[in-house]
Each structure stands twice: as C-alpha cells, then as structure tokens.
Design a protein around this ligand. Structure first.
Ligand SMILES: C[S@@+](CC[C@H](N)C(=O)[O-])C[C@H]1O[C@@H](n2cnc3c(N)ncnc32)[C@H](O)[C@@H]1O
Length: 321
C-alpha cells in the first residue's frame, strides 16, 4: 500500500505547492511559516503541514527556523531558476482526473476522449498544455541550437506541432535569414501570436492553425522540425508525414525529430509515458528502427541519432535527403 499511498501524497503535495505559489513565494529568500502563510494566502495550520512534508521530501529546508527552497526546487520550480516547471505542476493537476480513466483505457485499448477533444471542450487545457510544453522547450532549446546546423542559404523553417513557438523564435533570433511557419491545432496556438509579437518577430513567423495531417504546408522548406509530435500520431500517420516532408524538403534540407525512443526492454519512465499516451491520445512511442524505416522509405539517406544528456531529455534524429 505504501507504493500507492506515498506517491499520491508526494505528487499532490508538490502540485499543491505549485498551485499555491509556495516555491515562488520563497524564491527571493527564506520566510517564517507565518510570513509564508500570509504570502500564499493560506492558513497557518495548512501551510505548516504542507511545509513539514515538503521538508521530509527534500523540496524545502529549514534555515535558522525559517523555510527555504532547496537548491533543486529553486532551480526547477521558480522563475529565478534554470527552468520553471510550475506549468507542469498545474498541468499534472488537470491530468489526475484523466488518469482515473486508465483501467477503462486498458480495457478498450484507447482513450474515452482524446486530449485534443478535451481541449476543444475546455479551452483552458490547451493553453496550460502549451505552457507546460514551453517549459520543456526552454530546457531543450540550447541542445537544439548546439546540434542543429543552419546554413546561410537556408531560409525557410517549418515547425510542425510548434505550439508555443519558442523553438521557431529561438532559431529566428539566432539566424537572421530564417522565416518560419508554425503548424498546430488552434487549441495549442492561443498564446503563440502574442509571444511572437512580444519578440518582434511577427513579420518572420507565421501561424498556420489546423491539423498537420490534413493541411497543405506549402513546399520547399530548408529545415523542418517535428519535435515531440510523432508520439502523438499513429505509425501510419508518421510514415505519411515523413513521406510528405521528404517530398517538400529542399536539396540539402534537414529534418529534425525530437522523441522519446522506445528501447527494449522499456524502462519505467518509457513504460509510464506509454500508459499516459494510451489514456490521453491512444498513440505510443516508437523505436529508432521505426524512424529509420520511415525515413529511408521517404528517401532520406543520411540519418544521425543524438541521445541527449540527461537521458530523460530524449533523443534527436537528424535526417537529410
Ligand atoms: C508534445 S507537444 C510538443 C510541442 C512542441 N513541438 C515542443 O517540442 O515543445 C505536441 C504538439 O503537437 C500538436 N499536435 C498533435 N496532433 C496534431 C495534429 N494532428 N495537427 C497539428 N498539431 C498537432 C499538439 O497540439 C502539441 O502542440
């Protein structure tokens, strides 16, 4: 029972801290329990009970009788850290009730309702999911810049499933010759136009809302991003998408795939992610060999795999025709 009870309490305590803004409240320095309670507009009794558990978990620590974030909490869950994954806590709060349908998804082999349909019904879900993806993207961004070469004569970037727009923005900022098109479902793009405008890139980055499988993306792209999108599609859909990318990529152009590649045997994180996908989208992760097969069939000749560090960040596949 401890395997059931403790992860539930651990997860809900960390999520609650995110929802209450507790980690952010401590970002500028330690506070007494009373000061913290006041800052997060919560009861003294409740704040003390939550803080006690977060200390036991190693998320908070005591400094001269005051409460402080540990270095790791400060780094991953505050605006002053390396990446603020608080949107991931807010998203996981929404994912809890979805996981209540896991037994039914196992029985039927597919979600009762896909994430994308849920986002149409509840518009706040799309915005929240995109901001969670944006946190991942700010973590992944430096790896992409390091590993993805862009030549001066390459001008046209197509970002399939580009969501928050951070990857297209980062590459347009680094390479002044680039223009980009972001294709994604309307639910994922609600904030993207404003983000692009804030970065003063509206004249270089265009949004193209719609289903990437149904849409005409235009042709002749020099660089195509398919970043963390393949696991949201079936094997046949991926085969077709990669075939179409192959047909529209310019000579010397580059396709960049970011994915969590299924290994044999699956480790616990891979297997957990596959269960999540069973409930949320009805799709799965694929093996590196699957990508190689789709890419080779689409005429790609050079295929490179880069496993990122740490491993949980997934892998990049760079393919040229
Ligand atoms: C896991 S997120 C990755 C977002 C972004 N590429 C990144 O790396 O941060 C997957 C994205 O694919 C989009 N997506 C899923 N199915 C789609 C479809 N059929 N057409 C267009 N976009 C789709 C989702 O809306 C979501 O924004």
């Amino acid at each position: 029972m401890l395997d059931v009870y403790m992860p539930m309490m651990k997860s809900s305590a960390i999520i609650s801290a995110g929802r209450l803004g507790l980690f952010e409240a401590l970002a500028n320095g330690p506070l007494s329990v009373a000061q913290l309670a006041e800052k997060i507009q919560s009861s003294l009794k409740g704040t003390a009970a939550l803080a006690d558990f977060l200390i036991a978990l190693g998320y908070l620590e005591k400094q001269d009788q005051r409460l402080a974030n540990t270095a790791s909490t400060q780094r991953w869950f505050t605006s002053l850290g390396q990446v603020d994954y608080t949107p991931g806590l807010l998203w996981t709060h929404e994912a809890w009730p979805m996981m209540g349908g896991l037994a039914e998804a196992v029985r039927s082999g597919h979600p009762e309702k896909t994430l994308w349909d849920a986002m149409i019904e509840q518009s706040h879900l799309g915005e929240l999911f995109s901001s969670y993806m944006a946190a991942f993207a700010s973590d992944l961004g430096p790896d992409l810049l390091r590993h993805v070469p862009v030549l001066p004569e390459q001008h046209r970037l197509l970002d399939l499933g580009g969501s928050h727009g951070l990857h297209a923005i980062r590459f347009c900022q680094r390479y002044p010759q680039l223009n980009a098109v972001i294709v994604d479902l309307p639910s994922a793009l609600t904030e993207t136009g404003a983000t692009i405008e804030n970065e003063q890139l509206s004249d270089r980055i265009r949004l193209s809302p719609g289903d990437l499988q149904a849409q005409d993306w235009g042709n002749e792209h020099d660089l195509v991003f398919y970043l963390s999108v393949a696991h949201n599609h079936t094997a046949e859909e991926n085969r077709q998408v990669i075939q179409r990318i192959g047909e529209t990529l310019s000579q010397g152009g580059l396709l960049v795939i970011h994915e969590y590649l299924a290994e044999n045997p699956l480790d616990a994180l891979d297997a957990a992610f596959r269960l999540t996908l069973l409930v949320e989208t009805g799709t799965q992760t694929y093996r590196y060999e699957d990508y190689c097969q789709w890419l080779t069939a689409a005429g790609f000749e050079s295929i490179d795999r880069i496993d990122l560090n740490p491993r949980e960040k997934g892998s990049l596949i760079l393919a040229r025709r």
